[in-house]
Design a binder for this molecule. Structure first.
Ligand SMILES: [Ca+2]
Length: 311
């Protein structure tokens, strides 16, 4: 696809893309954007675009009550911009649905019927190490590593595939209710998103659902939660179809921070509307993130740039 590469050129000097020059003005602008986004997502996405599922019907419109505390008594929300450290090529045929990094390798799960795959790539050398095509009837979704296993969800088939992460040999399958969107692991559990405001936790050995939380921001449910990454006690989540990543407390479901990746990649005019941010991986050794999107031409290694906290 003939994508223009606009992201880094927009960063100006010093790679400060996505940050705000005058703190007060730009922080306020970001807050307005977040407020706009939450309202927009609640009103439009939940009715028009969001696929129905049992979990969505369960979503609690008064989710703030889950914490037992008024939002005003919660710690302030943190806001982050980003700084591009490095970029890597990304195959624009990859409809990215899952992204994980470990020991120099980038694991990617891709979607679309008849095109879904699981890919392992040597990031520095830009070399495909392993690639597995899913059967045509499956639409691949999120992936997560757990020990020597890699697990890949499917969108509507209610089945997940379990592979050996080295050989990609299929070790088994398990089923779950509803849709599969994003997947990550906190080291003891698998965490699954399904497009609603609910995140579900699964035992990584029995694959039984053990608990769930409802994600909320300022008292409103946050729906369309997509690709996930568990980082330092928090769940980072792409929110479809935006350039924002929500940082979620896994105990309460409260959004404790936002990352604004606006301008990281801007698809050319008239691109399909689904060419959106969707992929978060974590480089534990450096604390940096690797992010990309569906059919984006690059993977971006970024550092988060904290913005001034709420007063
Ligand atoms: Ca991920």
């Amino acid at each position: 696809m003939p994508y223009q590469e606009a992201a880094q050129e927009r960063s100006g000097s010093g790679g400060r893309a996505g940050t705000w020059g005058e703190p007060d003005v730009r922080r306020d602008a970001f807050r307005r954007l977040v407020a706009w986004f939450v309202l927009w997502a609640g009103l439009i996405l939940s009715s028009a675009q969001a696929p129905a599922s049992p979990q969505q019907q369960d979503a609690d419109p008064n989710a703030a009550a889950a914490t037992g505390e008024p939002e005003s008594e919660q710690p302030p929300i943190a806001y982050y911009g980003y700084r591009i450290i490095k970029t890597y090529p990304h195959d624009t045929r990859n409809f990215t649905q899952g992204l994980v990094y470990e020991d120099g390798y980038l694991y990617e799960g891709t979607g679309l019927y008849k095109q879904s795959a699981l890919i392992k790539r040597d990031l520095e050398n830009d070399r495909i190490v392993k690639r597995l095509r899913l059967p045509d009837q499956y639409f691949g979704e999120g992936i997560a590593l757990f020990g020597e296993k890699i697990i890949q969800l499917t969108w509507k088939s209610q089945v997940a595939f379990i592979y050996d992460k080295t050989t990609f040999r299929e070790l088994g399958q398990f089923t779950y209710n509803g849709q599969g969107w994003g997947l990550t692991s906190d080291g003891t559990r698998l965490i699954l998103s399904d497009g609603t405001a609910v995140l579900r936790f699964f035992d990584p050995n029995t694959y039984a659902e053990t608990s769930r939380i409802r994600v909320h921001h300022n008292g409103r449910p946050l729906r369309q939660i997509n690709e996930l990454e568990y980082i330092d006690g928090k769940i980072y989540a792409n929110v479809l179809p935006t350039d924002y990543i929500a940082i979620i407390c896994p105990e309460t479901g409260r959004v404790t921070g936002w990352i604004d990746l606006t301008g990281l990649y801007i698809p050319p005019q008239y691109s399909p509307s689904n060419i959106v941010l969707n992929g978060i991986a974590y480089i534990a050794e450096t604390g940096r993130l690797l992010v990309t999107g569906k059919c984006w031409p690059k993977v971006y290694e970024i550092e988060l740039v904290p913005q001034t906290a709420d007063p």
